[in-house]
Design a protein around this ligand. Structure first.
Ligand SMILES: Nc1ncnc2c1ncn2[C@@H]1O[C@H](COP(=O)(O)OP(=O)(O)O)[C@@H](O)[C@H]1O
Ligand SMILES: [Mg+2]
Length: 236
């Protein structure tokens, strides 16, 4: 088990956002976290990357207890977080944004930069363009590309398809798959689009008000009554 969370608790001023969550990611896996608004998905990713301090529980990554490390110490262990809302630096160019992603390393790896341009030719074409002028899909690709610059072994992606047109979302999902397959990067993927997330993932967890209510292989989840009723609904 490369990555494991045990009994994670996070509270915001007394309100329990995560109430004893267990979850794991194996090497090479894409694991999705499914859940409605406010379920605690973003909180879980933030706790992993050190942006919020857990009230209890442990987070282990490659046998290292990272539970209370600050973000700048977590990134070099091989965890990178692409937050909700693709926060790119609008006034900086595409390439400057990418370079920022390497801030936690002692140097910039130009092989990684080449891989990112290879993966996203549209970013290469636009490398001198300011990020604020990119389309939503391009900004998402930039956000993912930037998180790859720190050479992660585990990538945390928070709702990469949010607000994107269906065709553009599909493209983003296929890029995620390619990153996983060609770079052997494990991915913890938060998505509201359960059908798309399960299609992409090996396993998944369903989170409801801070607790895991169901977990299993993507096939199992796809066929489960809970998913069908509450998350797969009318889609597809
Ligand atoms: N900074 C914060 N301060 C107080 N409450 C928060 C904060 N961030 C999130 N919450 C609360 O924690 C719960 C989980 O939020 P979040 O992790 O963002 O859910 P999700 O990503 O699944 O939509 C929600 O009830 C939300 O209102
Ligand atoms: Mg969220």
């Amino acid at each position: 088990m490369m990555f494991r969370i045990n009994s994670l608790h996070v509270s915001y001023g007394g309100i329990m956002a995560l109430d004893g969550v267990d979850c794991a990611v194996n090497e090479g896996e894409i694991v999705c976290l499914i859940g409605g608004n406010g379920a605690g998905k973003s909180t879980l990713l933030r706790a992993v990357s050190g942006l919020v301090k857990p009230a209890g529980g442990t987070i282990y990554f490659n046998n290292l207890n990272i539970t209370n490390l600050p973000p700048y110490k977590i990134v070099p262990t091989g965890i990178s977080h692409s937050p909700e809302g693709r926060k790119v630096f609008a006034a900086l160019t595409v390439e400057e944004n990418l370079i920022m992603g390497a801030y936690a390393l002692s140097h910039i790896d130009y092989d990684v930069l080449r891989f990112i341009y290879d993966l996203f030719p549209r970013l290469k074409e636009r490398r001198k363009q300011t990020a604020g002028t990119l389309s939503g899909g391009e900004q998402q690709m930039l956000a993912i590309g930037r998180s790859l610059m720190s050479k992660p072994k585990l990538l945390l992606l928070d709702e990469p398809s949010l607000g994107l047109a269906p065709l553009v979302s599909k493209e983003v999902f296929s890029h995620i798959k390619r990153i996983n397959e060609t770079q052997k990067i494990s991915i913890l993927l938060v998505e509201q689009n359960a059908a798309a997330a399960l299609k992409l993932s090996h396993r998944g967890y369903v989170l409801e008000v801070g607790k895991v209510v169901l977990s299993g292989s993507s096939e199992e989840l796809f066929d489960s009554p809970l998913l069908k009723e509450s998350y797969l609904g009318k889609k597809r």
